[in-house]
Design a protein around this ligand. Structure first.
Ligand code: AKG
Ligand code: FE2
Length: 298
């Protein structure tokens, strides 16, 4: 079963439906090839300076270049792309909020063997989340065409419903073949891995992932993006980077302050800090309280 393709005009509901069925879906031509070239240009000093991976999983002929919010203005638009955020919101909307998990150019060099097939949510200390409870939504933007030969991501369609900690071989997988500017969406629960690059050119993708805000981020946005750059960013992007309360009491600063106040004190004065809808959490707290054996009922 090959991976389904949707057009760039697709809806968040269609992306979510495909993720529910297969755990992965490609949206074609979300960005132009020129935008991908612009990202490559902005990041060239950093990709050139990046060392190859230190182990087989990272890939000894693969470069991983992060910190994309700080390093590439165009990547900020990709992180905030409405088609992406719409799909992510459908998949992770069961949580109070979601956040940016990591930003990383993955450049798989010629001759790199296939990466071990894995679930990205194993990053959370290999905790086995309940089946159907999605904690992570991932994207890879094709910076070069992705082909079976040059190391297109390999996916085991439908495997988001499988048991945890399984092992697969390449014959169990399908290549996420797509043209430059297209985006592969895949859940944290789908089994997948970087493909073997049997061509003589590098395969590059922009991996931008999101997770529910009650889990830790893989890339530490607070330290990857210097505060002087953070202060220049749109508020919506700062929120997504984690400068917000992730749930009722998650991530506050000192006297229960919203973290955005530290980055943008001007917004605090304008009452911007009260953006988290904590009604759900308050209702849950109320329920919890009344269930306590000694809770006062009057
Ligand atoms: O580069 C790819 O195609 C996927 C890499 C991957 O799955 C990972 O590093 O977790
Ligand atoms: Fe992965």
């Amino acid at each position: 079963m090959s991976i389904k393709h949707l057009p760039a005009s697709t809806s968040a509901d269609d992306i979510n439906a495909a993720l529910g069925e297969d755990g992965a879906v490609i949206v074609d031509h979300v960005a132009t090839p020129e935008i991908m070239d612009q990202v490559a240009l902005e990041l060239r000093p950093f990709t050139d300076a990046t060392a190859f991976g230190p182990d087989d999983f990272s890939g000894r002929r693969t470069k991983r270049t992060g910190g994309l919010i700080a390093r590439s203005k165009t990547c900020r638009d990709l992180v905030m792309h409405p088609t992406v955020l719409g799909g992510v919101d459908k998949l992770l909307g069961h949580a109070t909020s979601f956040q940016l998990h990591l930003t990383q150019i993955i450049s798989i060099g010629a001759g790199e063997p296939a990466q071990t097939i894995h679930r990205d949510q194993w990053a959370f200390d290999f905790f086995s989340f309940p089946r159907g409870y999605e904690v992570q939504c991932n994207t890879i933007w094709a910076m070069t065409d992705f082909t079976a030969e040059n190391g297109a991501t390999r996916v085991v369609p439908g495997s988001h419903r499988y048991d945890d900690k399984l092992r697969f071989t390449e014959s169990d997988t399908e290549p996420a073949e797509m043209s430059k500017g297209s985006v592969l969406f895949y859940t944290g629960s789908i089994y997948h891995g970087g493909g073997a690059n049997r061509s003589n050119v590098t395969r590059s993708g922009i991996n931008i992932t999101y997770n529910v805000s009650w889990l830790r981020q893989e890339e530490n946005q607070y330290l990857s993006v210097p505060l002087e750059i953070a202060r220049t960013l749109p508020v919506e992007l700062l929120r997504l980077m984690g400068y917000r309360l992730g749930a009722y009491a998650l991530g506050y600063v000192d006297d229960l302050r919203d973290p955005i106040e530290v980055v943008r004190p001007d917004l605090a004065k304008n009452g911007f800090s009260a953006v988290l809808d904590t009604e759900k959490a308050k209702a849950q707290l109320g329920t919890t309280q009344s269930r306590r054996p000694n809770a006062r009922t009057e």
